[in-house]
Design a protein around this ligand. Structure first.
Ligand code: SF4
Length: 553
């Protein structure tokens, strides 16, 4: 197949905070070196435009933004946090968690829309001569002599069966001296790289959570911009799952509300989206949101494995930044500033290497040390066992957390805890719900369509769209497992955990039950790649530009 080819010096795969910050910082540093005046820097972004797939809480610690953009101010659409509490929700009430540690404070941080903030970074990168290609993503690597030599972008114009349509365009081959993977959580190229080079062989289990959020416009008198609440308890406590909620009050009557459910829950029938809807029935949220309007919806997995789950971040010809490399403060669930800082540290390493004319693996290795010696490494080390402490029931979890804070991260059970991968923690439906349960027995949640919505209603406001006539990008390796084993053992968890209702069990014309994949609904959250009990699903790259079109997340 004839492919268009392009040669670049540095290729950033992913136009999120890591990729754009890395590209900006490198472009600026290069201007200080005579030999790097003609450096070509390219950023690939799989969304239809920069920011289309940008989703986070989003409360941002501005430390990295101030370093990258000396004139940085909290954007007009956002605000600075001046009221911050950590609250325990019971079903009908709430109380403030006593002795909230100062390290959990968000005072002075910025509530913003990540997708809008990314547009600012895009403008800055373009003004420095960085080429940004939206609608393109890395589908595969070019490996030459054991070294990553660039990436091949996804083909456009293939039909459902993989045959070329009249508009077929083979993916482009981008040869790069160095490729920097900034794909975000569970990036598909990063996953391949980790497997191919064994980057996680010495690591603890990678653990994840699923964050689901909505943006609302409200005129409630209880709305107060600059206020942030993080909550524990209802509704996840009631279903024996772990995680918590967040409520961020923004200017112009906007509210960001979300629920983060750890993916190590036991009940295979748990539906994180339904629990999120239940969360909004709490009196605090009911009062805040009733009469308001839902304006955006999104979901993403969150890397919660922590310090000991960080893979090796360099291979010959490539580096990994941001949440693709598991860089996230698990205690605070903050990752934007780590993504930005890691992109900048990659840029500094690259600038030194390029100026010396040496981009060997040895020349990229200092990036690993820079990460560990920066605030990313220091904070992640201090909180290395937080995920495990929070696996315990309350108040035992608080005791363990307290011990970790006093000892600089050591847990009551040791200094390095490994845990289990999330897909191994399900119990069977009989173990959770009793031997006589049937899937039809399940309690159904009553959505009122004004405060609480079904997945398809939520999906509508996310603007999610894919070309329908293209190969399904959710690869189910053995569909027999769904009906032969999964039904009996786990009751099809993918039909419950997917926040976009992509997976449905339907009755075919021959009367057999089969799995239907509504791939066009996919929000690219990556949960199915992580949480299927048999690891039977792989998230692959759809045609470029497809997916959500976030504007406020
Ligand atoms: Fe997330 Fe997978 Fe559902 Fe897409 S199909 S929204 S990646 S769980």
């Amino acid at each position: 197949m004839e492919r268009e080819e392009m040669e670049v010096d540095v290729l950033f795969v992913g136009g999120g905070p890591a990729g754009l910050s890395g590209a900006i910082h490198l472009a600026r540093l290069a201007k200080e070196h005579e030999e790097l005046q003609d450096l070509t820097i390219v950023v690939l972004e799989k969304g239809a435009h920069v920011g289309a797939h940008g989703i986070s809480g989003a409360v941002m610690n501005p430390i990295a933004a101030r370093e990258l953009l000396p004139d940085y101010q909290c954007p007009d659409h956002g605000c600075e946090i001046d009221q911050d509490s950590f609250v325990y929700f019971t079903q009908g009430g709430q109380f403030k968690v006593p002795l909230t540690p100062p390290s959990l404070s968000n005072h002075g941080y910025h509530i913003l829309s990540l997708s809008k903030f990314l547009k600012t970074l895009e403008s800055e990168a373009e003004s420095l001569g960085v080429d940004i290609f939206p609608g393109f993503a890395g589908a595969d690597f070019l490996i030459e002599d054991g070294r990553v030599a660039g990436v091949i972008t996804g083909d456009m114009g293939l039909d459902k069966s993989g045959s070329p349509k009249p508009n077929h365009q083979p993916g482009m081959l981008l040869r790069a001296r160095v490729t920097v993977l900034c794909e975000g959580v569970r990036g598909s190229l990063t996953k391949k790289l980790k497997e191919q080079f064994g980057l996680s062989s010495d690591c603890a289990a990678e653990n994840y959570a699923l964050g689901i959020k909505e943006i609302w416009k409200t005129s409630s008198p209880t709305h107060r911009p600059g206020t942030v609440l993080h909550t524990l308890g209802f509704p996840l406590q009631q279903c024996n799952a772990r995680g918590g909620g967040f409520i961020y009050h923004m200017p112009d009557g906007l509210v960001s509300v979300g629920l983060v459910t750890r993916l190590d829950y036991e009940d295979p029938l748990l539906n994180p989206h339904t629990e999120f809807q239940r969360y909004k029935t709490h009196p605090y949220l009911k009062e805040l949101l009733t009469g308001g309007e839902l304006i955006d919806y999104g979901a993403k997995a969150i890397a919660e494995g922590g310090f000991h789950a960080i893979p090796k971040l360099t291979v010959p010809g490539a580096m990994i930044c941001g949440e693709a490399g598991g860089l996230l403060n698990v205690f605070k669930l903050k990752g934007i500033h780590y993504a930005m800082k890691s992109g900048m540290l990659a840029a500094e390493t690259l600038c030194e290497a390029l100026a010396q004319g040496d981009v060997s693996h040895e020349a990229l290795l200092p990036y690993e040390t820079k990460i560990r010696e920066s605030y990313i490494g220091r904070e992640m080390y201090q909180t290395r066992n937080v995920h495990h402490a929070l696996s315990s029931k309350l108040p035992w979890a608080f005791l363990r957390l307290g011990f970790q804070m006093i000892t600089g991260g050591r847990d009551l059970f040791g200094s390095r805890l490994n845990g289990h991968e999330d897909h191994t923690t399900y119990k069977t439906i009989q173990e959770v719900h009793g031997a006589s349960v049937t899937l039809e027995d399940r309690e159904t949640f009553a959505y009122d369509k004004s405060l609480t919505f079904e997945r398809m209603d939520d999906l509508f406001v996310s603007g999610t769209l894919h070309e329908e006539n293209q190969p399904v990008h959710l690869l189910v390796h053995d569909s027999d497992i769904c009906v032969s084993k999964c039904k009996e053992e786990y009751g099809y968890p993918c039909t419950h955990f997917c926040p976009a209702q992509v997976y449905e069990m339907v009755e075919a014309e021959d009367g057999e039950t089969r799995l239907q994949i509504n791939a066009s609904n996919c929000l690219h959250c990556k949960t199915c790649d992580i949480a299927d009990p048999y690891l039977n699903i792989t998230w692959a790259l759809p045609e470029g530009s497809g997916g959500p079109k976030y504007s406020w997340t």
